[in-house]
Design a protein around this ligand. Structure first.
Ligand SMILES: Nc1ncnc2c1ncn2[C@@H]1O[C@H](COP(=O)(O)OP(=O)(O)OP(=O)(O)O)[C@@H](O)[C@H]1O
Length: 667
C-alpha cells in the first residue's frame, strides 16, 4: 500500500498558550532619539552643526516675527574632559589597567609606530627642502580612543519675541510641538529642532537645557531648566521661575552642553554662518568659538549691511487643490464658520462667493450653501475632496511669501564674494501642489575665495543648505541644464557663483533634516532653470562687451607692436632711394622728391616716422571704435546696477524690476 495515501498523523503539538503580545509603542521622542540621523544628528560633529543651525534659525524666525532687526549671538565653548567631569560631579580617575583601553599600545607597536612617524617626518622635510608641495601626514590611527569625546557648551542669544512663560517646557521638551505649523513661510516647520538638540544633549552628556526668555514689555524673565522624558515625550522640568527683568530685555537665550567635534565641522559651521550672513544682510551675527587653546579661538562678527528687512511672511489659507481628506476634516472641526458656503469662502484661498456657490451646486442635490458644515458626513466630505481635485482654481498668489529680495541677495553676494560681475533675478510667484513659491537667483563671475568652476549656494526659506548637494535641484540644474558656453561663461575655468533662493509655504525638503530639495518637482526645477538663465542673459551682454573691449585693446596692441619694425623697414628703403635721388641716378617728381630731399637732409628721421605711425594707429583705432559704437548703439561703459542704501527702516516699498535695474519706491 502506498504509504503516501495513508492519512498522516498530525505532528503538530498541542497549541501553546498564546505568548504575551510583542506589539510595542514608541513615543515620537523615542523614535527620533533612535533615528536622530533623519533630523541631522548623524554623529557628534554633525550634531554640533545642526544644534547651531536649529538655534540660529529659531532666533531669526523669532526676531523677524516682531519685525525686529535680528541680533544673534552664538557661542561655542569647548569644555575639556576634566571640566566636563567636574560639571557633572564625576571624579577623574587615573587609568589602572592600561590594556583595557581602546587606545592601548604594546611597547612593540609603539616602537613601530614611532619609527614610521620618524620616516614620514624625514620624507616631509626632504620634500619641503626640494620645494615640493607637502601634504601633512594623516593623524596616526588608533591614538584617539572612542571614549575621548569632546564637549561643548552652546549658547544662542537673540532679541526676538521670546516665549510665553507657561509654553516654554512644551516648546523645548515635547517632540513635535511648535508654533510654526500654520501655512506660512518660516525657517522652522516641524516642531523638532530644539528638542533634537535637547535629546542629543541628554544622550551625550545627560545635562539639561537652560532657557531664559522675555517677551516685549514683560517685567520678568522666564528661566527654565529642563530635560525630556523620552519614553513619555513630555518635558521634565527641573526649575521654572520668573526673574527680575530690570533692563526690559526681550528675546531668548538658550544654553546646552553637548558632545561634538569642532575639528571636523569647523568649516561647515563657519560656512553656514557666512552664507546665513549673505541671505540675511539685515541681521547682525556674532559668532565665537572659545577654547582653552587660545589659538583655536574664533570671533567673527557679521555686521548688518542694511536696515531693510523683507516683509514679515503672512499666514495664509490652504489652496483647495492642496488639501487631502484628513485636512478637510480637521478644518471642519476647527472652523468658526457655521455653514458650508462660509466655510468654503473663508477657509481656502481662491474661492470667492460665486465660485463657492457654483461648487456647492456641482456637489449634488444634498448639498446646500446654508447646510451646517459640522454636520457633513464622511461621504459628503469625500465628495468635496473629489471636486477639489477636479475643479479648476486660480493659482494662489505669492503675497504671503517673503523672498530675500534682489536687493538683499545682490548685497550679500557682493559683500561676501567681491565678484567681477554679478546679475540677479527675482521670479514671480508660481505654484506646486497648491503651494506658492518664488525663486530668486544670482550668478556671479570672479571674486575672492571662489574656486574655479561652479560654486553653488542654496537657500530654502532663507536657510543655507550645505549638505546633500548632489541630489539638490539647484546643483543639478546648474551642472546639467545650463549651457554655460552659450552665455560666454566657461564652466570649468571661470569662477562662477550660482545662488538660488527658494521660498514657499511648503519647502519640499527630502527628509526632516532640511538638507536639500529634490529634483523631482518639475515646477520648481523649471523655475530654478529659468531664474539662472535670466541671470546668465544679463551677464552675457556684459561679458560680450568686455570681450569686445579687450579685442579692441589687443588689436591696438598688435598694431603698435609692429611700429618699430615697420619704421626701420620703411626708413631703410627711403634712405636708399634718397641716395639715388641725390646722386640723380633716378628722378622723382614733386611730393616724392620733396620727401626724399627731407630724408636726405635728415629733416625726416626714424623718430619722425615712428611718431607718425603711432599717431596713425591711434586714429584708426579710434575710428574703428567709433564705428563699432555707432553700429551697436553702445556709446558708453556697460551699465551696472546701483543700489542706494536706505536711511530709515520700517517702511513699505515696491521694487520695479528691469533687465538693467531694480528701482525701489519707498512709501
Ligand atoms: N529663540 C526662540 N525664540 C522664541 N521662540 C522660540 C525660540 N526657539 C524656539 N522657540 C519656540 O519653540 C518652538 C519649537 O522650536 P523647534 O526648534 O523645536 O521647532 P520649530 O522651529 O517650530 O520647527 P523645526 O523643527 O522645523 O525647526 C518654536 O516653534 C518656537 O515657537
Amino acid at each position: 500500500m502506498d504509504s503516501d495515501n495513508e492519512p498522516k498523523k498530525s505532528k503538530s503539538k498541542t497549541p501553546k498558550t498564546p505568548k504575551e503580545s510583542v506589539l510595542k509603542q514608541k513615543s515620537p521622542a523615542e523614535f527620533f532619539a533612535e533615528n536622530k540621523n533623519i533630523a541631522g544628528f548623524d554623529n557628534p560633529g554633525k550634531s554640533l552643526y545642526t544644534t547651531v543651525r536649529e538655534l540660529v534659525e529659531n532666533s531669526l524666525d523669532s526676531a523677524e516675527s516682531i519685525s525686529e532687526l535680528p541680533v544673534v549671538e552664538i557661542i561655542i565653548e569647548e569644555i575639556g574632559k576634566n571640566k566636563f567631569n567636574s560639571m557633572i560631579g564625576l571624579v577623574d580617575r587615573e587609568r589602572v589597567d592600561e590594556a583595557l583601553y581602546d587606545d592601548f599600545e604594546t611597547a612593540k607597536a609603539r616602537e613601530k609606530r614611532l619609527a614610521k612617524e620618524a620616516r614620514a617626518q624625514e620624507l616631509l622635510a626632504k620634500n619641503a627642502s626640494l620645494g615640493k608641495k607637502v601634504k601633512e601626514p594623516a593623524a596616526p590611527k588608533g591614538m584617539k580612543g572612542r571614549g575621548d569625546a569632546s564637549f561643548y557648551r552652546v549658547t544662542c542669544k537673540d532679541n526676538g519675541r521670546g516665549m510665553p512663560h507657561d509654553d516654554i517646557p512644551n516648546m523645548f521638551g515635547r517632540v513635535l510641538s511648535g508654533t510654526k505649523y500654520g501655512l506660512k513661510q518660516t525657517r522652522g516647520k516641524f516642531g523638532l529642532g530644539a528638542k533634537m538638540a535637547l535629546i542629543w544633549s541628554k544622550m551625550s552628556t545627560g545635562l539639561p537645557i537652560e532657557i531664559s526668555s522675555s517677551m516685549r514689555g514683560q517685567n520678568f524673565i522666564s528661566f527654565c531648566r529642563l530635560d525630556i522624558n523620552i519614553h513619555k515625550n513630555i518635558p521634565h522640568v527641573h526649575l521654572h521661575e520668573k526673574r527680575d527683568n530690570k533692563d526690559r530685555w526681550h528675546g531668548a537665550e538658550i544654553h546646552l552642553v553637548i558632545e561634538g567635534n569642532w575639528t571636523t565641522y569647523r568649516s561647515k559651521i563657519l560656512h553656514y554662518m557666512r552664507q546665513m550672513a549673505v541671505i540675511t544682510p539685515y541681521a547682525q551675527f556674532l559668532f565665537r568659538f572659545i577654547s582653552d587653546v587660545s589659538d583655536k579661538n574664533v570671533t567673527i562678527r557679521f555686521s548688518r549691511r542694511t536696515d531693510v528687512m523683507p516683509p514679515v511672511p503672512v499666514e495664509t489659507q490652504h489652496h483647495p487643490s492642496s488639501v487631502d481628506l484628513l485636512l478637510i476634516k480637521r478644518l471642519i472641526t476647527e472652523t468658526s464658520k457655521q455653514n458650508l458656503l462660509h466655510f468654503l469662502q473663508h477657509e481656502f484661498v481662491n474661492i470667492g462667493k460665486s465660485l463657492a456657490e457654483r461648487l456647492i451646486g456641482e456637489m449634488g442635490p444634498e448639498f446646500t450653501p446654508k447646510m451646517a458644515v459640522k454636520s457633513l458626513t464622511s461621504q459628503q466630505i469625500v465628495r468635496i475632496h473629489q471636486l477639489f481635485r477636479q475643479a479648476k482654481f486660480d493659482d494662489p498668489s505669492g503675497d504671503c511669501l517673503s523672498p530675500a529680495g534682489e536687493y538683499n541677495l545682490r548685497l550679500g553676494i557682493i559683500k561676501e564674494l567681491h565678484p567681477d560681475m554679478v546679475a540677479t533675478y527675482a521670479g514671480s510667484a508660481q505654484v506646486f501642489e497648491g503651494h506658492p513659491f518664488i525663486v530668486e537667483a544670482g550668478v556671479s563671475v570672479g571674486g575672492k575665495d571662489v574656486k574655479q568652476g561652479l560654486n553653488i549656494f542654496r537657500f530654502a526659506n532663507r536657510i543655507p543648505l550645505l549638505f546633500e548637494q548632489g541630489g539638490d535641484v539647484v546643483t543639478r540644474t546648474a551642472m546639467k541644464r545650463i549651457s554655460w558656453n552659450n552665455y560666454k561663461i566657461n564652466q570649468t575655468q571661470d569662477k562662477i557663483g550660482v545662488f538660488a533662493s527658494i521660498v514657499s509655504t511648503k519647502i519640499p525638503f527630502k527628509g526632516t533634516g532640511k538638507e536639500y530639495i529634490g529634483d523631482d518637482i518639475s515646477e520648481i526645477a523649471t523655475a530654478v532653470k529659468y531664474a539662472i538663465q535670466q541671470c546668465c542673459i544679463q551677464l552675457k551682454s556684459k561679458i560680450v562687451r568686455k570681450i569686445q573691449a579687450r579685442e579692441q585693446q589687443e588689436r591696438k596692441r598688435n598694431l603698435s607692436r609692429y611700429i618699430p619694425d615697420a619704421t626701420n623697414a620703411i626708413y631703410d628703403v627711403l634712405k636708399e632711394v634718397s641716395q639715388f635721388h641725390a646722386l640723380k641716378k633716378r628722378r622723382f617728381e614733386e611730393e616724392d622728391a620733396n620727401v626724399l630731399q627731407k630724408v636726405h637732409s635728415r629733416m625726416i628721421t626714424k623718430d619722425t616716422l615712428r611718431d607718425m605711425l603711432t599717431q596713425y594707429v591711434e586714429k584708426v583705432d579710434y575710428e574703428m571704435a567709433m564705428e563699432y559704437a555707432t553700429q551697436s548703439g553702445v556709446n558708453e561703459a556697460p551699465k551696472e546696477a546701483i543700489y542706494i542704501q536706505a536711511l530709515e527702516a520700517e517702511y513699505n516699498f515696491i521694487d520695479f524690476h528691469s533687465s538693467n535695474f531694480v528701482f525701489r519706491l519707498i512709501q
